[in-house]
Design a protein around this ligand. Structure first.
Ligand SMILES: C[S@@+](CC[C@H](N)C(=O)[O-])C[C@H]1O[C@@H](n2cnc3c(N)ncnc32)[C@H](O)[C@@H]1O
Length: 377
């Protein structure tokens, strides 16, 4: 396995880091790779591009970042390339964090400008904007939040769901959340107060009395209380200042493996529940999911757990190769990090919807490593 190496932006063809039954991870510069074989065989076949590009940070992360207008142009250049890969009802979902201007307590608008430039460059529709709220995030930027105390902590990332069509494939019935206690009581009681609300909404006699198996989630995504607690408890073991929802040591055997074997972990791993939300919402089993900034391949791994096919491209060889441990550790331990517990309790938690965010109640649990091994005999 190669050790840490600089990002490959040399325009060489992408090479295969590893192949799994449902997907392949390539190493290379994705902008170049998407324009050439072997990636071009996926054109027109991708149902969902789900990705978190390098953020336009002022302080450089390990994998490097472009700044200013250069960043905006660079990200926008991906729009037409990725759009060519979509099916006729496919979607592109991009997560970006907030950046701050250098040396002063003002927020950079670069991420928003880059998203707008991306959307415009390929004539995409903005289907919906989501906010991914992480209350367990450490207070940052420290200078403004904890030293000078003139700003509050920055605790969300922005997620844009775009598509070349205004009506891409989507079904919120696949991502229903648990009903609140009040709603469950209402369903049991079978009556409530109809009439006109101050908002001028007309509430009919039976408007809310059908049990649809769960609530339709809002476009603000946040972790469950247990996931927040796990985040806080795990914070002492983390070497990064970015705490991600349900990226806890207890939940993820891959992270435990990296720590125990002194393998540097990706500094900006995506919350798995965030990936699951969009994979479940916008694709069906068998569909193809692409991540052009795969990092530790959270997207491919979650897509795999949800019975989807996947393809990823990552420029950094170290992150690309070590991410295969996600799959190996899952096969070895049978622990599904979407639940953070043993497969025995995974099925139970699928209906209880914990830990993490959002709380998915209706979707079917993918097969565990242990049961797969048992089936193979
Ligand atoms: C925000 S991270 C993605 C993290 C990933 N979602 C995960 O959960 O691990 C962005 C990734 O893009 C990679 N990257 C940067 N430039 C790239 C390029 N031109 N082509 C492919 N990958 C690139 C970085 O090495 C980094 O791993």
């Amino acid at each position: 396995m190669p050790t840490k190496s600089p990002i490959n932006t040399s325009g060489q063809p992408a090479t295969i880091a590893y192949k799994r039954p449902r997907g392949t991870l390539y190493v290379g510069d994705s902008l170049h790779a998407l324009a050439h074989a072997p990636l071009t065989k996926y054109r027109g076949k991708v149902q969902l591009v789900f990705t978190s590009p390098p953020f336009p940070l002022n302080r450089k992360k390990k994998y490097g970042n472009l700044q200013g207008e250069e960043y905006v142009e660079w990200l926008a250049a991906y729009a037409p390339r990725l759009t060519e890969y979509l099916t006729s009802d496919g979607s592109i979902v991009i997560e970006v964090g907030n950046g701050w201007d250098a040396g002063q307590p003002t927020v950079s608008t670069l991420a928003i400008e880059a998203l707008l430039a991306f959307k415009k460059k390929a004539g995409l529709h903005l289907c919906q904007e989501f906010i991914c709220f992480n209350p367990a995030r450490l207070p940052s930027p420290a200078q403004w939040v904890t030293v000078e105390r003139c700003r509050v902590k920055d605790a969300f990332t922005r997620v844009w769901w775009m598509s070349p069509t205004p009506r891409p494939k989507a079904d919120n019935g696949r991502i229903l959340t648990e009903y609140s206690g009040a709603m469950r009581k209402l369903l049991e009681r079978g009556t409530y107060n109809p009439g006109t609300r101050p908002s001028e909404h007309q509430i009919g006699e039976t408007s809310f009395l059908a049990d649809n198996g769960g609530a339709i989630p809002p476009n603000v995504l946040m972790p469950s209380a247990s996931a927040i607690l796990q985040e806080i408890l795990a914070a002492g073991n983390e070497t990064t200042d970015v705490l991600s929802i349900a990226n806890t040591s207890t939940a993820d055997p891959y992270q435990r493996y990296c720590r125990e074997n002194d393998i540097p972990q990706h500094p900006a791993r995506m919350p798995m529940k965030l990936v699951q939300f969009f994979v479940d919402f916008l694709t069906e089993p068998g569909d193809l999911v692409l991540d052009p900034f795969a990092g530790s391949n959270s997207t491919g791994f979650v897509a795999d757990l949800r019975d989807r096919r996947w393809v990823g491209i990552e420029a950094d060889e170290h992150y690309a190769y070590t991410s295969e441990e996600r799959f190996k550790q899952y096969e070895l331990t049978g622990v599904n990090p979407l639940f953070g517990e043993s497969p025995r309790s995974a099925a139970k938690n699928e209906t209880a919807g914990r830990p993490g965010m959002p709380v998915v109640v209706r979707s079917r649990p993918a097969e565990s490593g242990a049961s797969r091994r048992a089936r193979r005999g």
